[in-house]
Design a protein. Structure first.
Ligand code: SAH
Ligand code: SF4
Length: 366
């Protein structure tokens, strides 16, 4: 019961307002002898990105105060926003939990003509250490709660409303991708709690078709995701040869390709949907003829598409990206074999907001 949890919580671990469901808020209002409708009013403010009770205009002051004193209402503080020449906005947030107070995470808003995508972080750093990934080099510093994951989206929604873009691109958040810092499936608690709120009719009301979870391939967790929240799935494949993938995506040593294959074959897909296999092309590492042949042998073209990704360099990265010509050759060869292959256009790379470039650096800010 949330009201008991709140009563027992101490300053170290306050419950987070934006992670509460309508039922939980209603329980809290009942325990506080407040009318039931207050729960919906509070939730409506949260869904608009207004998390500070003092700004919830139709909530009486004593209740505003009680909320502020009993819950962690604003789990993130916006530290910096950078805007790319292509409209992409990158946000740096600090966490407001006592134990992780100095930690930072990043989220990105990517506007296109017909959609606005928010790329969110699920962890501070990442434990998995893929050698081509900037986040991986940061090491692991902590899991985000569901509230902290949701708060990234709410903060971006509020920012877009207060400071709309002066271009023709989409201004609303229509799609969510878990492709920022961290491995979402290594933080199942935070992931599941955030998905419950994203997909709930009382929450952000996003259909499973508008949400994509990207993972390096934790197979038991993929299976559970399919059972509980069957959203779109993207797999960081990067090689279909076990010995190479062991190095590029080290979790492959625990969950090798044959296990991943079986798991993908059973993942529930929404109608006319596919699983995306992400493949970052690294010069002379995974862009050779044998790599192409292995990829063609691995993929199930009826259910899976390939998204070829340009390597995004970062300071002292040990790899270089494949040439544009080779990228085109690679994608054409796949297409000629009846495989759907797209090339991911890099967005926001002038502000280090592209995939794998996210690494919150406290030293730059303080
Ligand atoms: N941990 C999850 C999600 C975050 S990474 C995962 O690995 O899937 C999001 C995507 O960016 C992944 O496909 C990842 O492999 C890719 N990526 C990481 N570093 C990159 C880099 N330097 N250049 C291009 N893509 C990168
Ligand atoms: Fe972690 Fe994904 Fe980066 Fe690998 S690619 S280190 S799993 S964030």
């Amino acid at each position: 019961m949330i009201e008991t949890a709140i009563a027992n919580s101490n300053d170290q671990e306050l419950a987070q307002l934006c992670a509460l469901t309508l039922t939980e808020l209603q329980g809290l209002m009942a325990a506080w002898m407040q009318p039931k409708f207050r729960a919906k009013q509070i939730l409506d403010w949260c869904n608009k990105g207004i998390l500070n009770p003092a700004l919830m205009k139709n909530i009486p002051a004593p209740l505003q105060e009680r909320l502020a004193n009993s819950l962690l209402c604003e789990p993130l503080t916006l530290v910096r926003r950078e805007c790319s020449s292509d409209g992409t906005r990158k946000y740096l947030f600090s966490l407001n939990r006592v134990r992780l107070a100095t930690k930072m995470v990043e989220a990105v808003f990517i506007p296109e003509e017909k959609r606005g995508t928010v790329c969110i972080s699920s962890q501070v750093g990442c434990v998995l250490d893929c050698p081509f990934c900037h986040t991986g080099t940061q090491g692991f510093e902590g899991n985000l709660t569901g509230g902290e994951i949701i708060a990234q989206i709410l903060a971006i929604k509020a920012d877009l409303r207060h400071d709309p873009m002066d271009n023709e691109l989409h201004q609303e958040v229509t799609h969510i991708v878990y492709m920022g810092m961290g491995e979402p499936l290594a933080n199942e608690k935070g992931l599941h709690s955030s998905l419950a709120i994203l997909m709930s009719d009382d929450g952000l009301k996003l259909s499973r078709r508008r949400i994509t979870v990207s993972t390096s391939g934790l197979t038991p967790q993929i299976e559970r995701l399919g059972q509980l929240y069957p959203v779109n799935l993207a797999i960081s494949l990067h090689s279909a040869i076990n010995t190479k993938r062991d190095t590029l995506v080290p979790i492959n040593r625990k969950h090798p390709l044959q296990e991943l294959r079986q798991c993908l074959d059973h993942y529930p897909l929404a109608l006319q949907r596919h699983i995306t296999l992400e493949y970052v092309l690294l010069a002379e590492v995974n862009d050779q003829a044998e790599d192409l042949a292995a990829l063609v042998a691995f993929i199930n073209p009826e259910r899976e598409w390939i998204n070829l990704i340009q390597f995004n360099p970062y300071p002292s990265s040990p790899f270089s990206g494949t040439s544009k010509e080779n990228m085109n050759r690679f994608s054409q060869s796949l297409i000629s074999k009846g495989i759907r292959a797209t090339v991911r256009r890099s967005r926001g790379d002038d502000i280090m907001a592209a995939c794998g470039q996210l690494k919150a650096s406290t030293e730059e800010v303080i």
